[in-house]
Design a protein around this ligand. Sequence first.
Ligand code: F6R
Length: 615
Amino acid sequence: MCGIVGYLGDKEAYGIITKGLERLEYRGYDSAGLALFNNNDIELCKTQGKVADLKSKAESAGVIHGNVGIGHTRWATHGEPNDQNAHPHYSNSGNLVIIHNGIIENYASIKEALEGRGYQFASDTDTEVLVNLIEDIQIKEGVKLGKAVQIALNQVVGAYAIAVFDKRKPDEIVVAKLGSPLAIGVGEGEYFIASDASPFIEYTNNAIYLEDEQLAIIRRGRDVKVRQIKGDKQVMPYVQELQLNLEQIEKAGYDHFMLKEIHEQPKAIKDTYRGRLRINSGIIKMAGVDNNLEKFLNAKRIIVVACGTSWHAGLVSEYIIEQLVRVPVEVEYASEFRYRNPIINQDDVVIAISQSGETADTLAAIKLAKENGAFVFGVCNVVGSSIARESHAGAYTHAGPEIGVASTKAFTTQITVLTLMALKLAKAKGRLSESEFHNHLVELETIPDKVADSLQIDAHVKYISSIFKDATNFLYLGRGYNFPVALEGALKLKEISYIHAEGYPAAEMKHGPIALIDEHMPVVVIATKKGHYEKVVSNIQEIKSRKGKIIAIVTEGDKDVKKLADHVIEVPETYEGLSPLLTTIPLQLLSYHIAVMRGCNVDQPRNLAKSVTVE
Ligand code: F6R
């Protein structure tokens, strides 16, 4: 939902800002812009399109010099994606310039009041309203920029990460945050601003993550000053050392981040259980669970809240936890949960799953759960993210940065964490014997190698993709643990190839979707040996009799489905509860290859953004 970058130091800001914007393009990519302070003035360039379009426009206009600047890549909320609505936005006098990630909900009434005082607006955005509100306050109250920003933010309702500078004070950038992320990179005599640390990781490992409702004044040659937006209290900024490195955020020879991330899954899963899975001592170590074991053991119910792919991982966990721990699990779309006055009890455990840790609906759902006295456990990938901080306790997935917009390794590592939790709780509740527990751990340890084996079928999946790349619809079917995988497979195809796809529980097909099946309908069926195999084979027969084209995901060595299906893709055998970690791999590859063959932008699919920080 928009990426912001800024620089204040001795280097040319242009290259730092544009490279940073390219790294943040996963957050939005319908328009981009930058503003540099050069020749005692603000030089601004912005355009509809991607950062590459911005670079060619800026370079031909000569907007490339200056050692203070801000840049933005946009995911449109207010106002269509066009040049005028692209950020940065000037104030009416031209003295101030702003970039913003978020939504100002009460912008219309503020705009009306400002128009009443003669302000004019060149764009349809809420952001241009905010910069003019700041200017209006500067003029009326005669205060410095930082104070004017603070007063303005006390008047707005909504979410923001902003950076503002004033050409009359070019050695200062004011930033503030509520609901959207903002990191300040602290270098030697230079500062960086960004939505995440990736734009500045090659310059510094030291970062300050602003908390909600904090404002920071960044000045050349001075320490960063942080204060609360409400109440004006000064806060001592905490400079944290980052673990991220450059290699993790580059493509490493792959054509796309998505493909790289698919192939990273063996390592990512291993990183997820590293230090936790202790086979020799017969334990699973998870500090967040260990320190709150009573909460989990006394829970009458577990509620999982999440969105999108993370919601699918939550559905898989429903099967795993109910099977192993025998506690009822409800899996809720965070966006529905937060608005439907849900029944939340003090002995409920709420598990929030989120790759980014910034998804607005999930964040709001856990705030609601906390207000009602529930214990909230976060499963996030991004360290220090808002959901991680807002939760009472949690477990990171340790998947490393996921940059492709379509989630892949986040999904499998979320399932891995949730499986570890389920096994741990099942053991603590005496639901698994020592030997059953041991066998599960041993099998879980084999999963990275089995995922690596599943990736070997890439060329075969590519061939199948070439046959079906022009299909207009797809059905995905699975049962039990693999029903959520069918949903996830359909979501992957929809979001990156724009082919309509539906995921269904295989047995539900006859209650409606079967009407769609004819010789033009590809049906992907997950038909692994352990998991209602015979019943799925019957479902395949039903599809075959209606001439549907069957692509089956089967267990290595399968014979029965091979006789019926048009194409089979084999995955290694494993426990039923672990099979989603393997069956999902060919579905990720299928959607990837189809999207590439259709000429789609795999890493930046239309209309999407990596972290959805607006509701
Ligand atoms: C799908 C996808 C989205 C996210 C969803 C939740 O590939 O990426 O559906 O899963 O927006 O995001 P997080 O997990 O960051 O809360």
